[in-house]
Design a protein. Sequence first.
Length: 87
Amino acid sequence: MGKPKTPAWQRKEGQDPDGGLNEKGRASYKRETGGTLKPPAPNPKTEEDAKRRKSFCARSKGQMEKFPKAAKDPNSRLRKARKAWDC
C-alpha cells in the first residue's frame, strides 16, 4: 500500500470523534507544517489554559455564524469541538 495522499490531520484517522484532533493528528500536523498544537483545555487548571479556552470559544463563535449549516448540526465537527472545550 502506498502513502496516503493527505496527512492524517486532514483525514478521519487523525481526528478525535469528539471534535478536534487526536494525538496522531497533532503529530501529523507538526510534521507537515512545523506548527505545534496543544490538546484542548476544557477544564483549565491554570490562568493560561483559561485564556486559551476563552479565546477558542470566541473564535469558534465566529465560525458558528459563518457556517450556519454546521452550527445547526449537532454532529458537526464544529459543534463537537465547542462541546469538548465546554463553550
